[in-house]
Design a protein around this ligand. Structure first.
Ligand SMILES: Cc1cc2nc3c(=O)[nH]c(=O)nc-3n(C[C@H](O)[C@H](O)[C@H](O)COP(=O)(O)OP(=O)(O)OC[C@H]3O[C@@H](n4cnc5c(N)ncnc54)[C@H](O)[C@@H]3O)c2cc1C
Length: 414
């Protein structure tokens, strides 16, 4: 079906945010609707692997895909525009250049952004890691610092998945002869506090084995150009502060009519409908279910799928379905040192599991890439696959590494 047939006068659906949740929602909607997908950015970003840009095993273009063709293949329209307001009563969204897109149903899939928790100096002196451009900036800073004679001091704030994966990539740079003095700070009493205790302990042991100073149970009071001050009175000198602690709603949603002032995220019912309007659905990181779930891409994709399906049911006057989070295992990479696979209370650690994370990345990027453009598709897939093979898999999957990796593999129970 041509896109002009698709875009005749039909019920209008607007999707705000085109990444994991938004793209998946768009895929569920047929041409019986006029679907407009809006995003401030031009390209899809595969965030689960952006930490690898820090060591150079991934390049920015390997984790991005243009939104336009991906959305056009569903017969929908993509518009690059920054949304500044959702007008609930007027059933429309407003862009920063004052365009208004009216809807009969809307999916808000605008994700999350790094939070600074009001800590002085974070915005000016720390580098956040949330998007591909952030990873490129941090990678460039590490390139500069890595050329110094004395080891540069790097403070990574946040001992969750992103912070641990960041430290792993800084350590991977040791193969280029670069040395960094790394501090990893976590406010909770242990690393990876959302994961089983054994995994957090293992992560701390691996960090210490590679000379990383792990400091838990302290909060950062302020960040300056040359230091990070802690609430126990310590001041760590720092050439680079990487901030991975915490997430918050994108600015335009913080004062939206979709939540009470003191709520950090947008509350939704099990159908993913906003408490503010039956015609508004929220999917992905922005949404707060009654029973909270981790802010992860696989949940965002599942929520996007359900939100898209429920928009269709809502507009046809059919009963909606409830969201039930899947129990997808989590893969946490620690450079070339190890990868943890966590499933409920059980976990395994092995350098060989890096291949699993890489396979998820390659398969999803291939699936998202447009099959209607075979030349570009094949070339990009081949380029990603060869980079993945030479940059990441071969160094870890040669005979020597497999033997060492198999020896370093362990099953851990909660
Ligand atoms: C370093 C890192 C590593 C991670 N690793 C993993 C992992 O291994 N596994 C995993 O499952 N998850 C991982 N995550 C989490 C995962 O990236 C998020 O859960 C996921 O991106 C959420 O998807 P989303 O669609 O809700 O939001 P996003 O992917 O953030 O997409 C939101 C979209 O909305 C757009 N947008 C925002 N504001 C506006 C606006 N005002 N106007 C228009 N468009 C707007 C953005 O440009 C963006 O394209 C990781 C995250 C990071 C940062």
């Amino acid at each position: 079906m041509s896109s002009s047939q698709c875009r005749s006068r039909k019920p209008r659906v607007v999707i705000v945010g085109a990444n994991f949740a938004g793209l998946r929602a768009a895929a569920q909607l047929s041409c019986r609707y006029r679907v407009t997908v809006l995003d401030a950015m031009a390209e899809f970003e595969w965030t689960p692997n952006i930490h690898e840009i820090l060591s150079g095993v991934k390049r920015a273009d390997g984790v991005k895909l243009p939104f336009g063709p991906a959305i056009a293949r569903y017969g929908h329209e993509f518009v690059q525009a920054r949304i500044v307001r959702i007008d609930v009563a007027g059933q429309s969204v407003v862009t920063e250049d004052d365009q208004r897109f009216h809807f009969d149903a809307c999916v808000v899939a605008a994700g999350s952004q790094g939070a600074n928790f009001g800590v002085p100096g974070v915005e000016e002196h720390a580098m956040k890691l949330r998007r591909v451009a952030d990873a490129e900036r941090i990678g460039a800073a590490l390139d500069r610092l890595g050329r110094r004679k004395r080891p540069a001091k790097v403070v990574v704030v946040g001992g969750g998945i992103t912070g641990v994966e960041t430290v792993g990539e800084i350590l991977r740079r040791r193969h280029c002869g670069e040395r960094f003095e790394v501090h990893l700070l976590e406010q909770e009493t242990r690393l990876l506090s959302q994961q089983p205790e054994r995994v957090g302990r293992d992560a701390a042991e691996r960090c210490k084995a590679f000379g990383v100073d792990v400091i838990t149970g302290v909060a950062v009071e302020s960040v300056s150009a040359r230091s990070v001050s802690l609430d126990d009175g310590r001041r760590l000198s720092s050439d680079l502060c990487i901030w991975t602690a915490g997430l918050s709603l994108p600015g335009f949603l913080r004062d939206a009519e979709l939540k009470a002032a003191d709520e950090p995220w947008l509350p939704v019912r099990d159908t993913l409908q906003s408490a503010a309007s039956d015609a508004l659905f929220v999917a992905g990181d922005s949404a707060a279910l009654a029973a909270p779930i981790a802010k992860q891409a696989y949940h965002a994709m599942d929520m996007g799928e359900l939100a898209g399906g429920n928009v269709d049911r809502f507009l046809r006057g059919r009963p909606l379905k409830d969201f039930r989070p899947s129990r997808t295992p989590t893969l946490i990479a620690f450079g070339d040192i190890t990868t943890w696979l966590v499933a409920g209370n059980a976990a395994a650690a092995s350098p060989l599991l890096a291949a699993g994370k890489e396979a998820v990345y390659l398969a999803t990027m291939a699936q998202l890439d447009s099959p209607w453009r075979p030349v570009g598709y094949t070339a990009r897939l081949a380029s990603r696959a060869s980079r993945a093979t030479f940059g990441l898999l071969l160094p870890q999957l040669n005979l020597e590494s497999i033997v060492a990796g198999a020896k370093g593999s362990r099953i851990m129970l909660g």
